[in-house]
Design a protein around this ligand. Structure first.
Ligand code: IFM
Length: 457
């Protein structure tokens, strides 16, 4: 039985709504040292003892570099409009500075042309976390020079692919790179220094704004934006201490990124909280960060509940949990989208990632992942509810096309709607992929501006 999305909700999606699937380079590509690719901070981090739950790495991953044609056929078979993928910066410019690697650029050229030949719009992300290790050794994102190396990389990519990709995203989830990479240290480069993390966040934002200016100056045709990981943040209880803690967390996760991008200011309460750990900036930085975007991408997985005591046990909420231990909370997506519209002057929005890890079993060549299908259907409904209330969402991408390298969790967590057997590299469409394919097929034949007659089952 497929989850039903009520017809009146399905009718909320405009005919030109962009439906897609998403991946990122380090998580699927493999070929870590082939054709001139340089090492990234994740290649390095994976070698640190205890960094990755299953001691794995991205050397082979889904072997996408060798299987890209088969993977593009798979994407086409789902009937999606768009494929969101990232480029590996060290595959394209191995040390992050100096010569570009033609073989790396050629690889992405083939991906883009292969997508277009299959009628799929390429949505390109420049930085999904895999900074060239050589730049890290010069200070990485904490060093202002990295901003300008990123702009050069963006310019080279746009010169090569900007005429054919639908959209270019500068960064994926700057909060993750800054906070998990430089404050808690659980992600590459594995550093634990709050002041550095805030400086990194500032440089990521600045490089985004300067890259947009540079790409517009070279008349790049693609739409330009950034992707943030956002959640509604609420207090665990009504106590003043929990409410204050939640407000601060909202400041650090949401307003720290939204305010500079859309208003040209950092939130004062967070600056006050940071004190001497606030980032160093130059006179025009905030103006540059505030460069207008063509779209804002949002990655949504769950809500955040904050307790002044430090941690909150989400098993007490009664909500279902995914294999990541994250609550399944689709209402949070509607809530978040409505808040975006009320608190900021928004460009068009895209849900650039949404999905869930569950423990899947292959049985007789099938994967009955009902929980994932249900998760996706409920979040699609949540987007529809925001659309019905007038929020300008233009697309939705499932994370992820394939099971892949889930960062510090290694290969133990599976987010794919397509199962990957890592021993044989065999791909198997899970029930969630079949549901998504059938759902998209029905969406396409739905008459414009008219609700379907029957519930979608
Ligand atoms: O796998 C990641 C992805 O790389 C970035 N967003 C969250 C996903 C699930 O953790």
């Amino acid at each position: 039985m497929h989850p039903a999305i009520p017809p009146e909700l399905l009718a909320a999606f405009p005919k030109d709504f962009v439906w897609g699937v998403a991946t990122s380079a380090f998580q699927i590509e493999g070929a870590a040292t082939e054709d001139g690719k340089g090492p990234s901070i994740w290649d390095h981090f994976c070698r640190l003892p205890g960094a990755i739950a299953d001691n794995s790495h991205g050397d082979v991953a889904c072997d996408h570099v060798h299987r890209w044609q088969q993977d593009l056929d798979l994407i086409a078979s789902l009937g999606v409009d768009a494929y969101r993928f990232s480029m590996s910066w060290p595959r394209v410019r191995p040390t992050g500075a100096g010569a570009f690697n033609e073989a790396g650029l050629d690889f992405y050229d083939k991906i883009v042309d292969g997508l277009l030949a299959r009628g799929i719009k390429p949505y390109l992300t420049l930085n999904h976390w895999d900074l060239p290790q050589a730049l890290q050794e010069k200070g990485g994102w904490a060093h202002r020079d990295t901003v300008f190396r990123f702009v050069e990389y963006a310019q080279a990519v746009a010169a090569r692919l900007g005429d054919r990709v639908a959209a270019i995203t500068t960064h994926n989830e700057p909060w993750v790179m800054a906070t998990l990479g430089h404050e808690s240290g659980v992600f590459a480069p594995g550093l634990k220094d709050r002041a550095m993390a805030m400086q990194v966040s500032h440089h990521l934002l600045l490089s985004h704004g300067l890259a947009l200016q540079a790409l517009r100056a070279q008349a790049c045709k693609a739409r330009l934006g950034i992707v943030l990981n956002l959640s509604p943040v609420g207090p665990a209880t009504d106590s003043p201490a929990d409410q204050a803690a939640a407000r601060l967390e909202d400041g650090r996760l949401v307003r720290w990124y939204m305010d500079p991008l859309l208003k040209g200011t950092y939130p004062q309460d967070v600056l006050d909280h940071l004190g001497a750990d606030a980032p160093q900036m130059q006179a025009d930085d905030l103006r540059d960060i505030n460069t207008p975007m063509d779209f804002l991408g949002i990655n949504y997985y769950s809500r955040a509940v904050v307790s002044a005591l430090g941690s909150w046990d989400n098993k007490t909420s009664g909500l279902a949990l995914t294999d990541m231990g994250w609550e399944v909370y689709p209402d949070g997506l509607t809530e978040l989208l409505l808040r975006m519209r009320s608190d900021w002057s928004m460009p068009p929005l895209y849900i650039m990632e949404n999905g869930a890890a569950f423990r899947d079993k292959v049985q007789d060549g099938k994967v009955h992942d009902a929980a994932r299908t249900d998760y996706i259907a409920r979040h699609v409904s949540a987007v529809a509810q925001a659309l019905q209330q007038g929020v300008g969402v233009q697309g939705y991408m499932v994370w992820s096309l394939l099971d892949n390298f889930e960062w510090a969790s290694g290969y133990e967590k599976r987010f794919g709607i397509v199962h990957v057997d890592y021993a044989t590299q065999q791909r198997t469409l899970k029930d969630s992929a079949l549901w998504y394919r059938d759902f998209l097929g029905r969406q396409r034949v739905r008459p414009a501006a008219q609700a379907p007659q029957a519930a979608e089952v």
